[in-house]
Design a protein around this ligand. Structure first.
Ligand code: O2Y
Ligand code: MN
Length: 596
């Protein structure tokens, strides 16, 4: 142990877990580079990691084929009563789940080292930061947590003797018997995987998976599911949102927080490079925003994370040059393909497929092969500080004041390019009814419409109807200091299946319109679904868009919208009496505005 923790609760908890899980050794993580290098070297020697010759200090991991993504079916919110978690979460009685999991944890770290990772979500000096401690038997998790959060001795110092922390217990669930040889990616079978949250105790227990959101417990488990319950109790917001700064040609700064379900280009927008002349953008975060009302009555956001855990397939110099530059060094790649010259590759990387590669399952691969070379959920883990577009203020402990909220989804029809909410309640209605069509990257049928309120459906730690009410309450508190709310859809297609909007850097044209709406400089037309930009309200200079495409992008098809109403009604019905009356009222008003 490189240092001694003075926090009684932490020491007791570590002792208790060690007795339960029976590791061969305990290592208290100091968060140093030496520690990272040592663990990586061990994983390379053991065959779990492979250094990439073409990228400095980069490593490739291949997961077990059964352990490739978050497992929503095995994710639980456990509270004394079921009605606290609502219809969108899985619930198991606290005592029952604890009994089951204690049985699984019994001796689960035999033959392995137990790592204690003290980490901070948010800059250590931030009044909005919160401390967690993850105990894990996965060195892969330790290295990823070092990138994704602020880890180490400084956190223990801040914790002091009596500081509060969120205990996050993780095991891959694969003890080693004496003499048993390890495998590159040990994990437990699906029926033994549990990702459990106990919001009444601010406690997280994860068992059986070593992958992403199941195992890096600071991210979805702490910063969203548990934090959303804390935020509701304490009057702040924990949201599944990127944070972006847009700077106008006059040098005025606007801060945007935006929520999108997966496969909607959230990371690309977080690092957008505006094509609109004179405008600049800086990235403050790509996935999660914690927001609190400041002394001036405005809403301030911090990014609780320190790295990006981005989807690799589809990331290219065309879709996201900033991400491509971020991952040039000091990056962990998981489930990408490996080329013969020691480089990684994935579908949609924007470079020709190699003649031969080793796919994410470790098999020979060549173009024309039936299976993709990289897994659709292959990931890069990279330090946010390496992003060329990172804002100089991304670690400002006070956060940045949010001017604009954006919700969105992937819809090939019906939903226009951009809509401004009529007021806060209407904006909450837009967030609560956000919808997206599934793609090959999602599980389930392609092209199926899914409502994903605020992109929080998999991440809200309590009843989603109460979460809607929390948004309404925050709006009441913010009053005229509340951010303006917009809804976007970059994904409209023509009847022939061609994209109507170029997307990527050109999305900045829509962002600029939003900023100018705040200034009262840009026009909009009131329609039944909200305020829409007219053709002349968007700066489209230099864009070669057919006039009929622009008209289609900004058209409100009242009949198609009337056809949406029953689906929204059905979506709302699942929340029963708990649905805030103000949202039911918003739906009634929409119907009235749409007319017969
Ligand atoms: O599959 C996983 O475990 C990762 S999920 C993820 C990772 C980074 C950012 N967002 C997400 C998400 O599912 O929203
Ligand atoms: Mn996410």
């Amino acid at each position: 142990m490189a240092y001694e923790a003075k926090n009684r609760k932490l020491k007791d908890w570590v002792d208790e877990v060690a007795e339960l899980c029976q590791p061969d050794a305990i290592h208290w993580c100091d968060g140093s580079k030496a520690e990272y290098d040592r663990l990586m070297a061990q994983m390379v020697a053991g065959g779990a990691a492979r250094p990439l010759e073409k990228r400095r200090n980069c490593f490739l991991f291949r997961s077990d084929p059964s352990d490739v993504a978050r497992v929503e079916d095995r994710t639980y919110i456990s509270t004394p009563s079921e009605d606290e978690v609502g219809p969108t979460n899985n619930w198991i009685d606290e005592n029952e789940l604890k009994q089951t999991m204690l049985g699984l944890y019994q001796g689960c770290m035999r033959g392995r080292t137990m790592y204690v990772i003290p980490f901070s979500m948010g800059p250590l000096s931030s009044p909005m930061a919160k401390i967690g401690v993850e105990i894990t038997d996965s060195p892969y998790v330790v290295c990823n947590m070092q990138i994704m959060t602020r880890v180490g001795t400084k956190v223990v110092e801040v914790l002091g003797e009596n500081g509060e922390f969120v205990p996050c217990l993780h095991s891959i669930g694969a003890p080693l018997e004496p003499g048993q040889e390890d495998v590159p990616w040990p994990c437990a079978p699906m029926e033994k995987k549990y990702i459990a949250h106990f919001p009444h105790e601010n406690l997280i227990w994860s068992f059986g998976s070593g992958y992403g959101g199941n195992a890096l417990l600071g991210k979805k488990c702490f910063a969203l599911r548990i934090a959303s319950t804390m935020a509701r109790r304490e009057g702040w917001m924990a949201e599944h949102m990127l944070i972006l700064r847009l700077i106008s040609p006059e040098g005025k700064r606007y801060h945007i927080a935006a929520a999108f379900p997966s496969a909607c280009g959230k990371t690309n927008l977080a690092m957008v490079q505006p094509t609109i002349p004179g405008w600049k953008a800086e990235c403050l975060g790509d996935d999660i925003a914690w927001m609190k009302i400041g002394p001036d009555g405005r809403l301030y956001a911090i990014n609780p994370e320190a790295g990006f855990f981005g989807v690799a397939p589809g990331t290219s110099y065309q879709s996201n040059p900033m991400a491509m530059d971020t991952i040039r060094e000091n990056t962990i790649f998981t489930n990408a393909a490996l080329t013969d010259d020691g480089e990684i590759w994935w579908e949609g990387m924007g470079v020709p497929a190699p003649d031969h590669a080793i796919d994410w399952k470790g098999r020979d691969w060549a173009p024309g092969n039936d299976d993709p070379a990289a897994h659709a959920n292959a990931r890069f883990t990279a330090p946010a500080a390496q992003c060329p577009a990172i804002s100089p203020d991304w670690e400002d402990p006070e956060g940045v004041p949010i001017d604009i909220f954006i919700f969105g989804g992937r819809r090939t029809g019906v939903v226009p390019l951009a809509t401004e909410a009529l007021d806060w309640d209407h904006g909450v209605f837009l967030g609560a009814t956000a919808s997206s069509e599934t793609t090959a990257a999602n599980i389930g049928a392609v092209g199926k419409l899914r409502r994903d309120p605020f992109a929080m459906q998999p991440f809200c730690g309590y009843d989603m109807a109460d979460y809607f009410q929390h948004w309404l309450d925050m709006g009441d508190r913010l009053g005229d200091k509340a951010p303006r709310i917009f809804y976007v859809n970059w994904f409209r297609k023509t009847a022939d299946g061609d994209w109507l909007w170029p997307g990527y850097g050109d999305n900045s044209r829509v962002l600029a319109w939003m900023c100018e709406r705040i200034e009262g400089k840009a026009g909009a037309t009131k329609t039944p679904i909200g305020n829409l930009p007219g053709e002349s309200d968007l700066d489209l200079t230099g864009l070669d868009l057919a006039p009929e495409n622009i008209r289609e992008l900004l058209r409100v098809d009242a009949e198609a919208w009337r056809a949406e109403v029953p689906d929204i009604e059905q979506h709302f019905a699942q929340f029963g009496d708990r649905l805030p009356a103000r949202l039911r009222g918003q739906l009634n008003q929409l119907e009235e505005r749409l007319g017969e």
